[in-house]
Design a protein around this ligand. Structure first.
Ligand SMILES: C[S@@+](CC[C@H](N)C(=O)[O-])C[C@H]1O[C@@H](n2cnc3c(N)ncnc32)[C@H](O)[C@@H]1O
Length: 321
């Protein structure tokens, strides 16, 4: 099968969760291959026959910080692509004169395209420069982090974002290797982190011992999250989304690892980044959202068809009136 840009996870469940209104303004902050965006637009068009009864037609703004996503552009007057990090959601909505939105979707992380493009350095399966930037014009690459962070900082990234129990040992191995020579390529990082037995190269592909694959995937994930400041961007976007959503508006988020899932879960429960539930004088919780989906997982059928949907969790909430 030819490489596909991305297969969207839990497509039907996500679109149902957004409960799309014909005249609504929607934002997909993670356009990628455009699977979710296309489904939102299809819903907006479903209501076209009603256009004489409603004053406005719906619109969708789709964000992606990776310019490669533009190769999936949609020819539709109700669609606007925003080539930007979603942390600037508020600024862009101001720019387009949008004061409130009816729904927002975030399908977090990277797309299949990122893993399938060897030269982007997201995968330990291919020999490539240690890059991992989703936004190709960003300054900091994975090589900058691997060669520039202290052992302590590296261990923290590996533990926090990769949940690697042996993160300290790996950080020590990396620091020992880079003292001899900077680590510039994926295979050099694999070799530095797990010095025995050595990975083999077959052309552009790296063959690593099976027992290291899971940990390597976690190590690459951790570095990718740090390179792209994924947690920082998510925090800023959540706050902007909360403030932009209309009463009755929906937010649907697909998370893929426990740290981002915990942040989203606590935010939707409490309405703030600290996760603290404020109470009124009578002890009633003062929260801005009603939680609708609490971490729904893909069906076994979907996981069979699309194994990468295995780690997806869908969380949906509605802004209270
Ligand atoms: C999991 S994919 C989304 C796939 C999409 N739902 C689809 O149906 O094809 C995530 C996409 O969001 C983009 N992305 C991730 N973090 C971002 C951020 N902070 N700002 C803008 N785009 C981001 C990535 O470049 C990637 O294309």
């Amino acid at each position: 099968m030819a490489n596909v840009y991305h297969i969207p996870a839990m497509l039907t469940e996500t679109i149902e969760g957004l409960d799309i209104k014909p005249e609504g303004v929607y934002v997909d902050v993670t356009f990628g291959g455009g699977g979710h965006s296309r489904a939102i637009l299809a819903k907006l068009h479903e209501f076209e026959d009603l256009r004489f009864e409603i004053s406005n037609l719906g619109h969708l703004y789709s964000f992606d910080q990776d310019k490669d996503a533009l190769s999936n552009a949609i020819d539709d007057e109700r669609w606007t692509f925003v080539h930007s990090n979603f942390r600037y959601l508020r600024n862009w909505m101001d720019y387009y004169g949008v004061e409130q939105i009816d729904g927002l979707l975030a399908d977090l992380g990277v797309s299949f395209h990122h893993f399938d493009c060897p030269e982007r350095g997201f995968s330990f399966r291919f020999s490539a420069p240690l890059d991992m930037r989703m936004n190709q014009t960003a300054k900091r690459t994975a090589a900058d982090i691997v060669n520039g962070y202290s052992e302590e900082e590296l261990a923290k990234v590996l533990w926090l974002y990769g949940e690697l129990k042996n993160g300290r040992q790996i950080a020590r191995n990396i620091c020992r290797a880079r003292a001899q020579k900077p680590i510039e390529r994926t295979e050099e990082l694999v070799e530095a982190a797990y010095p025995h037995p050595l990975p083999k190269r077959r052309g552009a592909e790296i063959e690593v011992p099976a027992q290291y694959k899971k940990d390597l995937a976690r190590m690459f994930q951790a570095l990718r999250i740090e390179v792209n400041d994924e947690m920082g961007a998510l925090r800023e976007m959540l706050v902007a989304a909360r403030d932009l959503l209309k009463p009755g508006g929906r937010i649907a988020i697909l998370t893929y690892h426990s740290l981002e899932d915990r942040l989203v879960k606590n935010f939707l429960r409490s309405g703030n980044l600290e996760g603290t539930i404020e109470k009124d004088f009578y002890g009633n919780a003062l929260t801005p959202f009603d939680v609708i989906e609490k971490g729904r997982e893909a069906s076994s059928d979907e996981v069979e068809r699309n194994p990468r949907s295995r780690s997806a969790k869908l969380r949906v909430a509605e802004k209270k009136s």
